[in-house]
Write a protein that binds this ligand. Structure first.
Ligand code: HEC
Length: 140
């Protein structure tokens, strides 16, 4: 009886140590923390068109998952997500000629959603910063 209590006791301590360790790991890595927040921004502002796995809808909404177009130019992508996009673009060899409305997001939300889409579904990109978002707002 005593032994098993001891066992469960130490199990509990190990688990809580592990949990606080992983929590710390996320909050100490700015990119991982931003990606985590970005998922929420994505779900309420982008998912309806670009879909759950960033796969888009063929010929209507371009994919973000493994999108050569998205990953080719970080600053262009930030600007387009803020201001919207209209006209012909080619994503992974497929032409789209639709319109994305401007997204009404704070600088921090843009940072987070960019970090999420550039680091999900097989994408891997450098961290997007608040300075880059501020600069993109001024781009024509
Ligand atoms: C109402 C539907 C809609 C919503 C909502 C939307 N988009 Fe788009 N998005 C589009 C369309 C349509 C295009 C292509 C526009 C064109 O053909 O010129 C596009 C293009 C893009 C592109 C560049 C092309 C590519 O696939 O790499 C990115 C990046 C992007 N959207 C990200 C986002 C993000 C991030 C959000 C949320 C903050 C978002 N979009 C919300 C419809 C949408």
């Amino acid at each position: 009886m005593k032994k098993s209590l001891l066992f469960f006791g130490s199990l509990l301590i190990t688990t809580s140590l592990l949990v606080s360790f992983t929590d710390n790991a996320t909050s100490q890595d700015p990119l991982q923390a931003s990606i985590k927040r970005g998922k929420t921004v994505y779900e309420s502002n982008c998912l309806s068109c670009h879909m759950n796995q960033g796969e888009g809808i063929p010929s209507v909404f371009p994919p973000l998952a493994k999108s050569d177009y998205l990953m080719a130019d970080k600053n262009r992508a930030i600007k387009q997500v803020i201001k919207g996009l209209k006209g012909k673009i080619v994503v992974n060899g497929v032409t789209y000629d639709g319109e994305m409305p401007a997204n009404d997001l704070s600088d921090q939300q843009v940072v987070d959603v960019m970090n999420y889409i550039r680091n999900s579904w097989g994408n891997k990109g450098k961290i997007v910063t608040i300075e880059e978002v501020k600069a993109a707002r001024k781009m024509k």
